[in-house]
Design a protein around this ligand. Sequence first.
Ligand SMILES: [Zn+2]
Ligand SMILES: [Zn+2]
Length: 216
Amino acid sequence: MDSHNFLKGENIMYCPDTLERMHEKLHQERVQALESGQEEVTCDYCGNKADHIIPVYNPADALREVEGIYCEVNICEKCEDKGYLYEEYFICDECGEWFILNHSWDSLVVNLNGSQYCHKCALNHLPTYTIQEVLDSLSNGETNLFNRINVPDSANLVWEGEFSQYSDFPGHTSFDSLIRSIKDKCEEDDISLETQVYSVVSHTYQFSVCLSIFSV
Ligand SMILES: [Zn+2]
Ligand SMILES: [Zn+2]
């Protein structure tokens, strides 16, 4: 059993996030300099003159209150038409901004019903289940009720736990253990198993995933 089953097999890669972001104003100044011809900018892909400077965001930032632009892409219209941006970035179907696809061990795009969202917009489309439905699905060995999304600060957490496939891991290493832990927590806090919840993968690490259940 692979802990990254919870990520539905999406590619993951490593690069450390400094959380340093570019100020929107600085970006606007660069765009103005390009548009007015004051500054010549070269395309990141082909080295010819760039036509646009596109701001790209980290889709997880909004829910952890980090502001600003993650990176800029300088691109010419030819390379844009070739779809090069889509190799590393995606457009959120709701807010229309560009975002990075991957970060660290994380896959950052939230795929729901054939649409792609940043974490903030995904909250408006995230399916809800009863706790019993989540337990039933886990007991069938399924992980598909868990979507990768950062938990907002305002969330009412019902339960959270860490899961890994490695037997010497100090957290949960089997679905049975997850089920027991969720049931125990609900009994302890007097929470009905019919409560409507979001079930999510709230963090991913190299060898484990953090799972969270929070009430609607
Ligand atoms: Zn180009
Ligand atoms: Zn969005």
